[in-house]
Design a protein around this ligand. Structure first.
Ligand code: SF4
Length: 412
């Protein structure tokens, strides 16, 4: 084992990212003060273009949870949820968000000023059970209008024209709901423009991720917080401008041959959600000259949208946003891993068996089988939790990873 190397992982873009995060939440509070509606929505993210086209501010509880984990308020939110009788075995996003909404919201010193309260809620009957249950609790908690809709939950590869047509009918219901709420008609040109921004953001996102095919890789999984703009600022120039800056920065690193670590020897794939309260964990691999160069999670944004067909595009985006990551599409996930192993020259895979997220953890044994039998790529699985540090043992992680890395080095 080599000595720990000095990391060069931090992208300069992180400075701008911090401002974008602060501005997103500040804008939510401004919207509230100015009378622009604030809607809390599940991460069925085809709605965001519609919101921005109608001057409605979106809030995603599921995006709030990782921020709470990173800033350390998750533990308090968990105890609020537990005191209300919610089991600590439930998904950490669910426990954090309902704990926050039920009790934490009235506490002082919340990160970024806390969440602006909703003027309405969108509750879709799709996605994983914890997401649907979150909105069930929120609907009881806040006395505001609710739009309930239903969406077919089909694997990404099984989406057909009739699913999209049905999705469009739900989008039209949502448009009528928002028009009633805001008293304004939707301007279809603005929606097309928002869809065009998202399409451009997705195109740049793919280019950014593809720079990691280079050896050495210009950045590691420790940087995937840049996906904040993909969740919250799709449909706007903010995402496009920021991602263009990230792309220039990482391309510059590739041209200069500047990797995350000076002598990259092992390239790793990561499956499942990172430990949001411990992103430094990705640096642990550096002492073996190893870098995480690809993940399943970041691939969720690999899609294109058609500004000429804005309603179909947002319906499609909404339909695909969950199945890929929440494992309805195991075949798609395996195909993605096959491609990553080839394109990113993967030497080994680290699978996070996530106690919080059963949907994304399902299928990991099948993934390990494909890695071993078909791709000849060793893998290791460890138990953890993407939100709750109390369910992760660093000592156990180190024991397992140390042995795995020694084995990979012996093969290299
Ligand atoms: S997909 Fe996983 S992490 Fe996200 S809300 Fe559902 S169970 Fe929790």
């Amino acid at each position: 084992m080599t000595e720990e190397k000095k990391t060069r992982k931090r992208l300069q873009a992180n400075t701008a990212l911090r401002e974008i995060i602060a501005e997103f939440y500040a804008d939510g509070h401004r919207a509230k003060a100015e009378g622009r509606p604030v809607g809390w929505i599940p991460p069925m993210n085809g709605l965001i273009e519609l919101f921005y086209a109608m001057d409605v501010h979106p809030i995603f509880p599921e995006n709030w949870a990782p921020l709470c984990a990173a800033m350390g308020t998750n533990a308090a939110n968990f105890s609020f949820a537990e005191r209300r009788g919610y089991s600590p075995d439930l998904c950490g996003y669910f426990r954090n968000n309902i704990g926050y909404a039920l009790d934490g919201i009235s506490e002082e010193n919340q990160p970024l000023g806390g969440l602006p309260e909703p003027d309405f809620l969108i509750s879709f009957g799709a996605g994983c059970v914890p997401t649907m249950k979150t909105f069930q609790v929120l609907c009881d908690r806040f006395d505001v209008p609710v739009l309930r809709a239903d969406l077919p939950q089909v694997a990404m590869e099984d989406i057909r024209e009739h699913h999209i047509e049905y999705g469009v009918t739900q989008m039209k219901r949502l448009i009528a709901f928002l028009e009633g709420l805001t008293g304004k008609k939707l301007d279809m040109d603005r929606l097309s423009q928002a869809v065009a921004y998202t399409d451009e953001a997705c195109r740049i996102w793919d280019e950014i991720m593809e720079t990691r095919r280079n050896v050495p890789a210009p950045f590691s999984a420790a940087e995937i917080g840049i996906m904040f703009v993909m969740v919250t600022r799709h449909g706007t120039r903010v995402a496009v401008d920021f991602l263009n800056d990230v792309l220039s920065e990482v391309r510059g690193k590739v041209e200069r041959g500047e990797g995350v670590i000076p002598n990259e020897r092992i390239r790793l794939f990561w499956d499942n959600i990172p430990l949001w309260y411990n992103m430094k964990l990705f640096n642990y691999f550096e002492k073996w000259d190893a870098v995480v160069v690809a993940e399943t999670y970041t691939s969720a944004w690999t899609m294109r949208m058609d500004p000429e067909k804005p309603l179909e595009s947002i319906a499609y985006k909404t339909l695909v946003s969950y199945p890929l990551v929440s494992c309805v599409s195991l075949n798609k996930r395996i195909e993605l891993i096959r491609n990553a192993v080839r394109d990113y020259r993967i030497d080994g895979a680290v699978l996070h068996s996530n106690m919080s997220c059963k949907p994304i953890s399902m299928g990991q044994m099948d993934i390990q089988r494909v890695l071993r039998d078909e791709l000849d790529v060793p893998s290791v699985m460890f138990d953890g939790d993407h939100m709750d540090g109390g369910k992760f043992s660093m000592a156990q992680f180190q024991t397992r990873i140390d042995a795995f890395m020694e084995m990979l080095l012996a093969r290299s």
